[in-house]
Design a protein around this ligand. Structure first.
Ligand SMILES: Cc1cc2nc3c(=O)[nH]c(=O)nc-3n(C[C@H](O)[C@H](O)[C@H](O)COP(=O)(O)OP(=O)(O)OC[C@H]3O[C@@H](n4cnc5c(N)ncnc54)[C@H](O)[C@@H]3O)c2cc1C
Length: 458
């Protein structure tokens, strides 16, 4: 039986381990924290279980729904009770326009409200403006701004990218973050139109969550892994990998308490910076490229309010564009969005932190709670003060897909293909969303199994 170690027990590593156990490998997941889950974690605020990190995943891709079903959570998945997110624009909260691709409109008529009439007219110009299609990779902000005007970048695309990647439109790669928009088309409106049409109308819910919190998902996957004969070791960071004649040694634990696992293959499912350190001695070029992938830090401030102090709104929350220079960049009205969070308290999550801006994150927890409360009372109609609050800090929590990201990832994978039975997976590669992370885990499991085949032949 092939022995595979999975380094990192976030959702990507767990997905890889789950697939490897099913394929008949002897699997050990080694996780540095005291619990598996990574960015999926749940704890209580005012006695209510609320996610600290990711709270929902896309249903339109199959990977999240399929893994949930495989570990017995398929029937538990719930959808948001309300959609209708908003964005702060032109002095008030406005509905996010329909028919956009991450804020890039397919239809100029839909962006009125968020944009002034003159800015909408600028969007329409895209159809007639001369110019050539970018062809290769380009920063999202540069491309969208050139075709549709800066207002679309500032008030739609940048806030949406800020919500997903905590990144900035002027730095993020169009090829990696807007793969639905072919860069071979001169008109970006035409490209967005085609992408929206290809996605098709859907009467199915777009997002899924779990009533006990999405943070309970990893434990269910871990349980399924151990039920299948796999092992999970927590509280032990992997410090280095060593080559042996027949495979690998995975060294984990503190210097005074090192332990070694001998194995045939390794899945590395940790963020890019620590992955670079593990690979430095074996694949320096891949390690250097991994080291080039930057990450943004964010904090989620979850507040609980008396329901009488909360406004009655039918929106799941709102985004605050960076151009308005407010510390909070996104607000999720959690107990409006999710039926299971409705009760005698209003639960609200505020998100702070954009790539390259760390000043606000250097404040202490009580100051962050004050900032979140001030945002909600000044701009969202809350009264008084929260009755409870929790600050969850995610240092380096979101990898940044800079221009050239796809080439960088292809080169990393090509470099690692030179090593026996080693693959990387996780949020640093093909998408930060949970289904995309699961996909990388499944692909890494396949790559390692394929790499093992020659060793297993007699
Ligand atoms: C605040 C926040 C909100 C988000 N919201 C959403 C959302 O609503 N929907 C969505 O789809 N996505 C969301 N995301 C993104 C998504 O949650 C993450 O991209 C995804 O969970 C990353 O999974 P991963 O397995 O790649 O990495 P991680 O979750 O980072 O897991 C990596 C694991 O490796 C461990 N580790 C690190 N180094 C070592 C080592 N040397 N040895 C052993 N273990 C190690 C870590 O402790 C960690 O458990 C959010 C992200 C953040 C930060």
């Amino acid at each position: 039986m092939s022995r595979v170690v999975v380094v990192g027990g976030g959702i990507a590593g767990l997905a890889a381990a789950h697939a490897l156990v099913r394929a008949g490998a002897e699997v050990t997941v080694v996780e540095g924290a005291t619990e598996v889950g990574g960015k999926l974690r749940v704890s209580e605020v005012a006695g209510v279980a609320v996610d600290e990190g990711a709270e929902t995943f896309l249903r339109r891709r199959p990977e999240g729904v399929e893994l949930a079903a495989a570990v017995g959570l398929g029937e538990d998945l719930v959808s948001p009770a309300v959609g209708g997110a908003q964005v702060w624009a032109r002095g008030g909260l406005r509905p996010l326009p329909p028919r956009t691709v991450l804020g890039v409109p397919a239809d100029p008529a839909g962006v009125g409200g968020v944009l002034s009439p003159i800015e909408v007219a600028r969007v329409r110009l895209d159809r007639w403006l001369p110019g050539t299609a970018p062809g290769g990779d380009v920063a999202v902000g540069e491309w969208v701004g050139r075709r549709l005007g800066r207002a679309v970048v500032d008030r739609l695309v940048d806030p949406l990218l800020g919500g997903v990647y905590a990144g900035r439109a002027d730095r993020l790669s169009a090829a990696a973050t807007l793969p639905q928009l072919p860069r071979t088309e001169r008109s970006i409106l035409a490209a967005a139109n085609r992408a929206v049409a290809a996605a098709g109308p859907s009467d199915q819910p777009i997002f899924a969550g779990l009533p006990a919190g999405l943070g309970t998902f990893p434990a269910a996957v871990a349980e399924s892994i151990t039920a299948g004969g796999g092992h999970i070791v927590t509280g032990r960071a992997v410090r280095r990998l060593e080559r042996t004649a027949s495979g690998w040694q995975v060294v984990h634990g503190a210097t005074i308490d090192e332990q070694v696992i001998d194995c045939d293959g390794v899945v590395i499912a940790i963020p890019a910076a620590p992955a670079a350190r593990l690979l430095q001695a074996h694949a320096p070029a891949a390690a250097s490229r991994l080291g080039d992938i930057e990450a943004a830090s964010v904090a989620i401030i979850t507040t609980a309010w008396r329901t009488e102090d909360a406004p009655a709104v039918a929106s799941s929350g709102y985004l605050v564009p960076a151009v308005y220079r407010r510390p909070v960049k996104a607000v999720t009205l959690s107990s409006t969005k999710w039926s299971h969070l409705r009760g005698d308290k209003a639960i609200v999550r505020c998100s702070i932190g954009r790539h390259g801006e760390v000043a606000d994150l250097q404040r202490d927890d009580s100051e962050l709670v004050e900032l979140a409360a001030a945002e909600l009372t000044s701009f969202a109609g809350f009264r008084g003060a929260p009755i409870d609050a929790r600050v969850s800090r995610w240092g380096g929590g979101l990898p940044q897909y800079a221009v050239g990201h796809l080439d960088r990832v292809a080169a990393i994978r090509a470099d690692l293909a030179e090593l026996p039975a080693v693959a990387v997976c996780g949020a640093s590669f093909d998408g930060v969303g949970i289904p995309a992370c699961i996909r990388t885990g499944l692909d890494a499991a396949c790559a390692v199994l394929a790499g093992l085949t020659p060793h297993e032949q007699p």
